[in-house]
Design a protein around this ligand. Structure first.
Ligand code: FES
Length: 64
């Protein structure tokens, strides 16, 4: 599912970035173009990041 329509970024791409260690929107933005045009996607992008972290016990242990 597309999260950022301006840049064609999907939830899968964001989840992969979280798995590689990007655990906030700022670090995701360093890795890919998301939220840098109209900005309407930032709320949903943060939601995908949060959900991915919450679903992965290894990430919770790693970043808590
Ligand atoms: S939808 Fe992401 S910047 Fe516009």
């Amino acid at each position: 599912m597309y999260i950022c329509l301006c840049n064609g970024v999907t939830d899968k791409q964001i989840k992969e970035a979280v798995q590689s260690g990007c655990t906030d929107l700022s670090s995701i933005k360093d890795k890919m173009a998301v939220g840098n045009q109209c900005g309407k996607c930032t709320k949903n992008a943060r939601k995908v990041i949060r959900q991915e972290i919450e679903q992965d016990a290894n990430l919770i242990a790693k970043f808590s």
